[in-house]
Design a protein around this ligand. Structure first.
Ligand code: GAL
Length: 658
């Protein structure tokens, strides 16, 4: 597999670079400023299609040749985009069938971006022609270091209800089920008179009188994710044929529900991700960390790249807060701590026109005499001086199971509770672990779980029989699991496992869930130990497990709310309620203590600690100086000084201890 050879022992520092938005007279200055800031990689031509192919089949590469040459002369590498993210207006006019169609049958127009249905055959054909041209032209260019495929697949258009897409859906289903009998069975179409007798009768789950068939919806999500993946695969195949040595990546928009990022990551060489925390959000640091951990996990700890972050403000929220002085640097180190091999921004020069002109750039509208530029330049130069820690692996003893199929299954209508949101439920585990400075690895339910001392399983609603067995075997062999409610309910077709909930996990958990109660946002129900239940209550009958605490009121008083069960050489805990997050923290702390899983350093709240094999990152998320106590002498890689005892960390300050 191609790798990041060009950056073997170097941290990547770079950005999206859109020189086509500027006269060429500006490009020379760009090069000089990039050198000043320590930029060594730029993503170019991401939205270049209209410029590269001004009319069908007529390619204009001269401008890109010049910029590629210029980059090379200045020792800057290119993460060359395949430019397929925004098809030109001429294309949409000539091939209107390629335009995406929304749920209500409205064909979307041009003048924005991502205006294509991923399944559109003509989009794929024209995109592949462009990619081939680009690959042939630049295959030997010395600046070419990586291919940037498309841009944020599924960011705006993750599904389309165009006629062509519905045809592709039918083909996909035909391929999957072979016969209509198998499809009818899998979709449970005996319900509500939904039986299909011809493939042509099958529609996409667009606007409907009421609830759509949940099994159909699940297949629609899988299909829509697969369509994006097929677009990517098509480009990857072409690029691997022409430039087998050059790594390929596509940038994810954070953790994207609509794209199975486990599957997608298998076909790329390097994972890259765009992370845009809201500086005003109290959970910004946690969200950043979680996205970084997902990025690192997707290719099992291989180096990944933060492909985009904002140098300062974004422009797409209703209120766009500035990053406070030092915050951008802090969040950059936070992601380097979690295994990022590079820090890149959207974008180099702040646009003067277009929908993103109020989005910050590394070079703001007023140029280099600005706080943003000074912070960018300082960080770039600081990274250049850092000794190499790229190959020092991140340590994680705790895993959280994340599965896209289950996510799609969980968040459907016609469920006992309409507010079950997987990312919120993952945060129930992730946030307290983050607060306790326990690094998390994300895993699939089918993964080898044996490297982890603790596996957290937030609401694994849908599970395949063999994956349930995989989890059970992990516990049997000595693992520890903490699973939360509404897990193990349905199979891969969204059919309920009969024989008492959660049938595939009952033996492992030593219990049966007899019924459940859905609580409103305001409701809290008391538990015997003084804690409380929110959102959801399972009425549990023990079948070998022990109650950790029980309900203190109502007809289920005295029945267990949280349980623990010794199973084989391991133990499986079950949360039959949602706990307020502080109580969830207390609960997880008892499990961590029992397993003797500890953070690398004891520090005050709001200081983040991430440990790698030989380095420990300490990050102060407070806007004021904090003091930490370092029991042993360490070298701080940032200052080059030895530190020990009472150490002051300035507001948003960072230490990298070795
Ligand atoms: C990303 C996108 C960039 C730019 C940026 C603005 O989602 O990939 O092209 O739009 O957002 O924050």
């Amino acid at each position: 597999m191609a790798d990041l050879r060009a950056f073997e022992n170097t941290l990547i520092y770079g950005c999206d670079y859109n020189p086509e938005q500027w006269p060429e007279s500006v490009w020379q200055e760009d090069m000089a400023l990039m050198k000043r800031a320590g930029v060594n990689l730029v993503s170019i031509a991401i939205f270049g299609w209209a410029r590269l192919e001004p009319e069908e089949g007529v390619y204009e590469f001269a401008w890109l040749d010049r910029i590629m040459d210029m980059l090379h002369q200045h020792g800057i590498k290119a993460n060359l985009a395949t430019a397929t993210a925004s098809s030109p207006a001429w294309f949409a006019l000539k091939y209107p069938e390629s335009l995406p169609v929304d749920k209500n049958g409205v064909r979307l127009g041009v003048g924005s971006r991502q205006q294509y249905s991923p399944a559109s055959p003509i989009y794929r054909e024209k995109a592949s022609q462009l990619v081939r041209q680009l690959a042939l032209r630049y295959k030997n260019h010395p600046a070419l270091a990586m291919w940037h495929i498309n841009n944020e697949y599924g960011c705006h258009i993750f599904e389309s209800f165009s006629e062509e897409t519905v045809c592709a859906f039918r083909n996909w289903l035909h391929h999957k089920y072979a016969t209509l009998d198998a499809l009818n069975e899998a979709w449970g179409t005996a319900f509500w008179s939904q039986t299909y007798y011809e493939w042509a009768e099958i529609q996409a789950p667009a606007a409907m009188p009421t609830f759509y068939n949940p099994s159909q919806y699940l297949d629609w999500r899988r299909f829509s994710s697969d369509m994006l993946q097929e677009c990517m695969q098509m480009e990857v195949d072409l690029l691997r044929e022409i430039t087998p040595e050059v790594p390929v990546t596509t940038n994810y928009i954070g953790i994207n529900k609509h794209l199975d990022q486990w599957k997608m990551s298998e076909i790329e060489d390097v994972v890259s991700i765009d992370i845009y925390p809201d500086p005003a959000s109290p959970s910004a640091a946690i969200e950043c960390a979680a996205q970084g951990d997902v990025a690192r996990s997707l290719k099992q700890n291989q180096p990944w790249i933060l492909m985009e972050q904002a140098p300062n403000q974004v422009q797409w929220r209703t209120l766009n807060h500035t990053k406070r002085p030092g915050q951008m640097r802090l969040w950059s180190y936070q992601l380097l701590a979690r295994g990022a091999r590079g820090i890149m921004y959207f974008q180099w020069r702040q646009s003067k026109a277009g929908a993103e002109k109020y989005h910050s750039g590394m070079v703001p509208h007023d140029g280099t005499d600005s706080r943003t530029w000074r912070e960018i330049e300082t960080l770039g130069n600081e990274l250049k001086r850092l000794p190499d820690f790229c190959h020092d692996p991140v340590k994680a003893e705790v895993a959280i199971v994340l599965d896209w199929n289950s996510w799609w299954g969980l968040e459907q209508g016609s469920h006992p509770h309409a507010d079950l949101n997987l990312m919120e439920l993952v945060a129930q585990f992730y946030a307290p672990l983050h607060q306790q400075n326990i690094t998390v690895q994300f895993v699939r339910p089918s993964d080898d779980l044996s490297p982890y001392r603790l596996v957290c399983i937030p609401n694994l609603y849908l599970v395949k029989e063999e994956d349930a067995r995989n989890i059970e075997t992990y516990v049997q062999n000595g693992g520890r699991v903490v699973m939360s409610y509404f897990s193990g309910i349905v199979n891969e077709h969204d059919h309920v496992y009969l024989g008492g909930y959660p049938a595939p996990f009952r033996k492992m958990l030593g219990l049966k869930v007899e019924e459940w109660l859905a609580l409103s946002k305001e409701e809290k129900r008391p538990l015997e130990n003084g804690w409380s239940a929110e959102q959801w209550i399972d009425v549990i009958r023990l079948e070998g497990a022990q109650a950790v605490t029980t309900h203190a009121a109502d007809y289920y008083a005295g029945l267990p709310a949280i349980t623990t069960h010794a199973f084989g050489a391991g133990r499986a805990d079950y949360l039959g309620v949602k706990l307020p997050v502080e109580q969830m923290g207390l609960y997880l702390k008892t499990v961590l203590d029992e397993l003797q899983i500890q953070p690398a350093l004891q520090v005050p709240a709001g200081i983040e600690v991430v440990s790698r094999e030989t380095t420990v990152f300490v990050l102060n998320h407070h806007p004021q100086t904090m003091t930490i106590d370092l029991p042993e002498h360490k070298k701080d890689l940032l200052s080059g000084k030895d530190v020990a005892g009472q150490v002051e960390l300035p507001a948003y300050g960072v230490l990298i201890l070795q």
